[in-house]
Design a binder for this molecule. Structure first.
Ligand SMILES: *[C@@H]1O[C@H](CO)[C@@H](O)[C@H](O)[C@H]1NC(C)=O
Ligand SMILES: *[C@@H]1O[C@H](CO)[C@@H](O)[C@H](O)[C@H]1NC(C)=O
Length: 514
């Protein structure tokens, strides 16, 4: 075979593969979504920007942990070098047809002392990013705080554990609304307060690494039984304080929307037993209801108050009123579903942590009998419908809040090939699931792929890749290369359908052969 024929043959095989993995499953087009629905992709400050100590930025607690070598050799000192390469990336976004971009503000870049004087260089950077996005017709969806709390605030009062966090966060929010709010119409206060609290204060694998035995390992201080509840409580109050500020001082003029982001999982009972059904309900109340019940109803779920007892702080009447209704939308980070079983092995007496207060155990081994931890959705039969089920649950149990899917994606623990067929299957499967939920009456307003480019993935460093664009983290230029998923998403956004993936494959093959 000549070179050209060989490439065409490869493209043909690729298309056959799509045909079986994508086409038979789904046919989903951009046109089926409302015109004001937005499709985008996201990153977050510390995972993307690099320039960790440039132009007046001070360390966040993540910088500190990374430099202590707690996550191996990878650090986010340079990361994607987005601080210097944002213009180039926004051009790629435009070329990809992205309608919106979700990113976060680095608190220690904007307010190096945690409060007080604004860093002019930090201000300039975010102004430039926002202006550049708008110039290219891409909506900025901005998260005020995505895990990287300034080390100075950690040192001063223990960060999220102290109610002082609430006032400082409100000040950060005020600076952002004042400086950027004329151009930003979608604000998210906090990223994943639920998972942040658990990872940092129950299991201790996220900074500031607080936990207690037997619930977490290797922490020098902490109390896993109590601190996650306190941290989340302060985060909820900080969120609602920022929303109140936005509504009183800015929203009338700036006309934006504000919400919070929550990590969510969909749960399915492991067996048909009543015990497992009850455990599944508890799991939803603990993981999702922990944050969402206060926002929608003004208090924690009854089962959490019952099982956690005095460990979970109470809202005063005025706090409850401030928290209730403090959202214009809910952002969801969704990756996978788990099976849930009742856990009778947990002692009924203390100390119990959040997980044991739930009396439930999770498993993802049902479709994966080898017992290896899987990065969903590598499951053989991946459950895309679970996202639709979760959205239906939100519609039915929480009065159908406006929803943005803030993160959904596919991670692989190796430098994945440019022909990321599995990622394409996953994205199209979940996008179809969102379409089904909208048909069922869910008020979903947008969908963001995690992540736009490969980024620093927290404790997984650069080994876990989610990007539509590959980043060469070994090279000084941090070169970006579109993966097949980037071509697929572009094609989808340009009102193509999954079926057009064949053309994408052929176009790529032709481009390579010419
Ligand atoms: C705790 O430290 C030990 C010894 O260094 C290590 O093997 C283990 O993986 C650590 N556990 C966690 C959760 O980091
Ligand atoms: C399941 O939950 C219901 C409602 O909360 C409760 O009445 C029932 O006793 C529970 N059953 C079991 C077996 O846990």
């Amino acid at each position: 075979m000549s070179k050209v024929t060989a490439v065409q043959f490869a493209a043909f095989l690729l298309c056959c593969h799509y045909y079986t993995t994508v086409l038979c499953l789904s046919e989903v087009t951009r046109k089926e979504f409302p015109t004001d629905f937005v499709f985008g992709a996201g990153t977050s400050a510390i995972q993307y920007e690099g320039a960790w100590a440039d132009d007046g930025k001070t360390p966040s607690i993540w910088d500190t942990s990374m430099h202590e070598g707690l996550f191996g050799e990878d650090t986010a000192d340079i990361a994607c070098d987005g601080y210097h390469k944002y213009k180039e990336d926004i051009k790629l976004m435009r070329d990809s047809g992205l309608e919106a971009y979700r990113f976060s503000i680095s608190w220690p870049r904007l307010l190096p002392n945690g409060r007080g004087p604004v860093n002019p260089k930090g201000l300039e950077y975010y102004n430039n990013v926002i202006d550049e996005l708008i110039k290219h017709g891409i909506q900025p969806h901005v998260t005020l705080h995505h895990l990287d709390i300034p080390q100075v605030l950690q040192d001063e009062y223990g960060g999220w554990l102290s109610p002082k966090f609430i006032d400082d966060f409100k000040e950060l929010a005020d600076v952002c609304f004042r400086e950027f709010g004329d151009r930003v119409s979608s604000w998210t206060t906090l990223n994943e307060p639920n998972i942040n609290s658990l990872s940092s204060f129950d299991y201790g694998f996220f900074p500031p690494h607080r936990c207690s035995s037997p619930f977490g390992d290797n922490c020098t201080a902490g109390n896993s039984a109590v601190e996650p509840y306190i941290a989340a409580h302060n985060m909820i109050l900080a969120h609602s304080a920022a929303v109140e500020l936005y509504r009183e001082k800015y929203q009338d003029v700036q006309k934006g929307k504000i919400g919070v982001n929550i990590y969510s999982i969909w749960f399915t009972p492991l067996t048909n037993s009543i015990e497992d059904a009850n455990a599944t309900k508890r799991a939803l109340d603990f993981i999702l209801g922990w944050i969402l019940n206060p926002l929608v109803f003004g208090d924690y779920p009854e089962i959490m108050k019952k099982n956690a007892g005095s460990k979970i702080p109470s809202f005063t009447d005025s706090q409850s009123q401030q928290v209730k209704g403090s959202y214009d939308f809910i952002g969801l980070n969704y990756y996978y579903s788990l099976y849930v079983a009742h856990d009778s092995s947990i002692p009924k007496t203390s100390p119990r942590d959040f997980t044991s207060d739930m009396f439930a155990k999770f498993t993802d081994f049902v479709d994966n009998p080898t017992g290896h931890r899987i990065i969903p959705p590598i499951r053989p039969k991946y459950d895309y419908d679970s996202l639709c089920k979760l959205l239906n649950h939100l519609k039915n149990a929480y009065s159908n809040p406006p929803i943005y899917i803030h993160e959904n994606g596919f991670g692989v623990e190796f430098v994945d090939a440019m022909n990321d067929v599995a990622r394409v299957s996953s994205l199209s499967g979940f996008i179809r699931s969102v379409r089904e939920a909208i048909r069922d009456g869910s008020d979903v307003r947008g969908y963001f792929v995690w992540s736009f480019v490969d980024v620093y993935e927290w404790i997984s460093g650069f080994t876990l890749r989610y990007g539509l664009y590959h980043v060469d983290f070994e090279g000084n230029g941090r070169e970006r290369t579109p993966k097949l998923s980037a071509h697929w998403y572009h094609n989808f956004l340009k009102n193509g359908s999954a079926a057009d993936i064949q053309n994408v494959g052929l176009r790529r093959a032709n481009a390579h052969s010419s």
